[in-house]
Write a protein that binds this ligand. Structure first.
Ligand code: BGC
Ligand code: CA
Length: 342
């Protein structure tokens, strides 16, 4: 008798679970319209423009019979206030998931409040909010890469170049005179990349002498300008240029091109990103190497996550750290393997 009762209740429980999941399925179908609203800090950023081009493609690729996707992209033009307004506007226009590349990564509260009030999840990307902010609400995520890893890899590439070719030490004093072109102050990728690149070089046994650090805000023209000043100041003493991204490495190369440099007076240039222009510079040997900041992988993770947070399907295919973070690995690029990335 008791056994029968237990069996009956187990069967009832199974049935209701089945019913529930069937309902759940119905419900996801209905909301399988993914309207993504994107806002990013500045439309002049080479890396982000490439990342967002990939994102559009990746999202399109997920478009299927019962899944409709749209994307609207806004440029915050360097103003956090503008970005806050854009978020409001995107939500009002019916976006049901947001991808936000913060202008000020320390100031996401207003955006988070707006999203929470309207129950619109946010995928932050590339400019990482501080950990406490991501804990403000459970529907907040981040997609990016570990800055430290890119710095280490840049240092490894530089060490390899220096140790394999003694002419890099042009004045033969046993030390490598270097300058750093740094990204925006306060960006998670700027200082961490520099520190790790320099430490890795030192740990590889390369004697270093720092000539100067200059901030050029990820920007090619600013980097050219800073580099022109540095060339004026240090003449042919600079043996190595470590740039926090490809655009700044290219700006430095532009500066040398404006002087009547000889091939043998050029320093070694290293970037990070592997943007199209960066890869071309590695291919033509103008830049010794770069570190691939996997824009395609990041774009793919963002697209899949956007679909998953709305449809409830596919979360298990994504690899999270601490449940909210997706970090894509970097890779080293030199003349030897650049073709694999083109
Ligand atoms: C990239 C830079 C880019 C910056 C923007 C960095 O991860 O390496 O090229 O300008 O993000 O936030
Ligand atoms: Ca030297």
């Amino acid at each position: 008798m008791r056994i029968k009762k237990v069996l009956a209740s187990v069967m009832a429980a199974c049935l209701s679970v089945q019913l529930l999941s069937a309902c759940g399925k119905e419900e996801t179908r209905i909301s399988d319209k993914i309207h993504v609203g994107v806002t990013y800090y500045n439309q002049s950023d080479t890396f982000l423009n490439q990342l967002l081009d990939s994102f559009r493609e990746q999202l399109k690729a997920l478009d299927q019979e019962d899944l409709e996707t749209t994307v609207t992209i806004r440029d915050a033009a360097g103003s956090q206030r503008t970005q806050n307004d854009q978020v409001k506007e995107l939500i009002d226009a019916g976006c049901n998931v947001l991808c936000v590349n913060l202008v000020d990564r320390a100031d996401p509260s207003e955006i988070i409040d707006l999203a929470r009030e309207n129950d619109v999840p946010i995928i932050f990307f590339n400019r990482e909010p501080v950990a406490e902010d991501l804990l403000q609400w459970e529907r907040l995520y981040y997609v990016g890469a570990h800055a430290e890893q890119s710095g280490v890899m840049q240092g490894e590439l530089a060490a390899e170049a220096v140790l394999s070719d003694e002419t890099t030490d042009r004045n033969g004093d046993g030390k490598i005179q270097y300058v750093v072109l740094e990204g925006e102050a306060g960006h998670q990728d700027a200082i961490i990349r520099t520190e790790n690149a320099v430490d890795t070089l030192k740990n590889s046994g390369v004697e270093l002498e720092k000539l100067s650090y200059q901030i050029a805000n990820w920007n090619r023209a600013q980097a050219q300008n800073r580099m022109e000043q540095l060339i004026g100041q240090y003449q042919d003493q600079i043996e190595l240029v470590l740039a926090n991204n490809d655009d700044m490495a290219l700006g430095a190369i532009d500066a040398y091109k404006k002087t009547d440099y000889t091939e043998s007076s050029l320093p070694l240039f290293l970037g990070i990103d592997g943007t199209d222009v960066g890869l071309q510079a590695v291919l033509s040997s103008e830049m010794w190497g770069t570190v691939y900041n996997d824009e395609e992988g990041q774009a793919e993770a963002m697209a899949k996550l956007a679909v998953a947070v709305i449809s409830g399907e596919g979360m298990e295919d994504l690899s999270f750290e601490n449940e909210k973070y997706i970090y894509l690995p970097y890779s080293r690029i030199t003349r030897d393997n650049v073709e694999d990335f083109l």
